[in-house]
Design a protein around this ligand. Structure first.
Ligand code: NDP
Length: 468
């Protein structure tokens, strides 16, 4: 099954790494580790830049960030092409042009929001005013699945609240990230937003540096735990978004024709390589046959190909590590007697393609259900009672998102209140919004992003208490 060309070695030396186009395996360039001395020097520069930035009037910071949004809009096609070249997702559909529009929106919203001081208590004897001060330097560890959008989630609120940012893009998506950061830096003051690159030790060194006051991390739970350890060194505040294994429950009698498109994209957005994708689908036994049929029919109509191909709306897996991980789960599932309901057409291309795969006759306790697949393989699990579905949905260490699907929204809301997740969507999945707080329960991480809550998360609360 394995394509021999996948053996292409991505390590060039101990401290260098090749970035590839995942559709074609063409080499984009070499990613070199930023040295510790250079990281120290960049942090020193960021410290100075942050002080000047924090001292500027709030209105000026706002204006500059709105100019960043304009720059992203102006160059959105160019940056979308970079995302497609290096990350792999298609230009079209919910792909790289969609990601760039999200970058613009997630810049405009934090740039426009205000977090003014607040009188939290006042009587005849005292007045207490809560201010939200910048933390200092934010270390941002950005992932490869939505490399520019998630970088923007980390960068813009941090800058908005007067911090400097040093970002470490994933080694798999360094080039598109640098392209965006260079463009953003055409309107920002020097040294306020800097980038460090590499793999193996750069993120760890950066996040444990004594000058770092806040770490924003999106990635795996295992690395998230290392980030928590790193923060013991500098007491950095943390926002950790460590992915999920989101369950979706279809309540009995759903109008499938109305919802199937949203169920499909809830699960297969970005080839399933999305933290808040629907990763386990629970379906009542009476509706099971027609649901899997509807999903298979819909899946068969969605074209997969080279992301640069105008017709493709599904693309490759982003990297070899992830490709191997998903293939391993598929092999394990084949060995457990699961029912492979549907397997899409793999394009005749060299890259890391795994077609859309629907798997039945599986249950909690099987790896494909219990583990986050982070890929285009959806397990569909039969249930007899809604209580059983809720119990199985909650039977996970993860708790990022969940969804309930029903034409009776009141009924869906009752189920939603019982699901253990940071967000429960009804009749949609992964429908994040720049005004709405987003974060995980359980081991999916802590801290929230977006909206006013997201701005608060990149500040230090400071009270000035006045005796009257
Ligand atoms: P990781 O979660 O392992 O993150 C890798 C990034 O973290 C690199 O930039 C790395 O830099 C940095 N890093 C490693 N150790 C530390 C540390 N101690 N402190 C700070 N940063 C550190 O992601 P992978 O790319 O390896 O993917 C692994 C799995 O994570 C995937 O299979 C997928 O399941 C999940 N994932 C989840 C995402 C989500 O959206 N939640 C996104 C992407 C992946 P360096 O090597 O230089 O230290």
């Amino acid at each position: 099954m394995e394509n021999m060309s996948f053996a292409k070695e991505t390590h060039t030396t101990d401290t260098a790494f090749l970035s590839l186009n995942p559709s074609t395996l063409e080499v984009i360039g070499e990613v070199v580790n930023t040295s510790r001395e250079e990281i120290d020097a960049r942090i020193e520069k960021a410290k100075k830049a942050q002080k000047q930035w924090a001292a500027r009037p709030d209105a000026e910071r706002k204006d500059i960030l709105l100019k960043v949004a304009d720059v992203l809009q102006t160059h959105s096609k160019h940056l979308a092409e970079w995302i497609t070249r290096e990350q792999g997702k298609p230009l079209n559909g919910p792909g790289s042009q969609f990601e760039m529009q999200a970058c613009v929106g997630w810049t405009q919203v934090p740039a426009s929001l205000d977090l003014p001081e607040e009188v939290v208590f006042e009587d005849d004897t005292r007045k207490d005013v809560l201010y939200r001060n910048p933390i200092g330097i934010v270390a941002a560890i950005a992932p490869w699945n939505w490399p520019l959008m998630i970088a923007i989630w980390q960068i813009i609120p941090s800058l908005r609240m007067g911090n400097a940012v040093i970002i470490k893009p994933s080694e798999y998506t360094t080039y598109c990230s640098i392209e965006m950061i260079n463009l953003i830096n055409t309107v920002l003051p020097a040294d306020l937003l800097q980038v460090v690159t590499g793999r193996g030790e750069v993120g760890g060194y950066l996040t444990s540096h004594p000058e770092i006051g806040k770490i924003m991390f999106t990635g795996s739970i295992a690395t998230g735990k290392k980030v928590v350890e790193a923060s013991a060194n500098n007491m950095a505040r943390l926002t950790l978004e460590c992915g999920g294994n989101d369950a979706g429950i279809i309540l009995p009698g759903l109008d499938l024709a109305k919802h199937i498109e949203n169920i499909f994209w809830g699960a297969f957005l970005n080839m399933g390589q999305t933290c808040a994708c629907l990763k386990r689908l629970y379906v009542h036994e009476d509706d099971y046959e027609k649901t899997v049929q509807a999903l298979a029919d819909y899946s068969s109509r969605i074209p997969m190909g080279n992301g640069a191909d105008e017709n493709a709306v599904l693309g490759p897996i982003q990297n070899k590590m992830q490709y191997d991980k998903i293939q391993d789960l598929i092999r394990d599932t084949e060995n457990t007697g699961a029912d492979f309901i549907f397997r899409g057409q793999k394009p005749d291309l060299e890259g890391y393609f795994i077609p859309v795969t629907l798997v039945g006759n599986v249950d909690n306790g099987d790896r494909i259900v219990d583990e986050e697949q982070f890929g285009p393989v959806l397990p569909i699990i039969k249930y007899k009672t809604v209580e059983e579905a809720i119990e199985k949905a909650n039977d996970s260490d993860n708790g990022l998102g969940a969804s309930v699907w029903s034409d009776d929204v009141g009924q869906a809301q009752k189920v939603a209140t019982q699901l253990e997740a940071g967000t429960v969507w009804i009749n949609q999945h992964g429908a994040i919004h720049p005004f709405v707080p987003f974060g995980g329960a359980k081991q999916s991480g802590y801290g929230v992003e977006f909206g006013i809550e997201g701005l608060k998360a990149v500040t230090v609360p400071k009270v000035i208490s006045i005796k009257k």
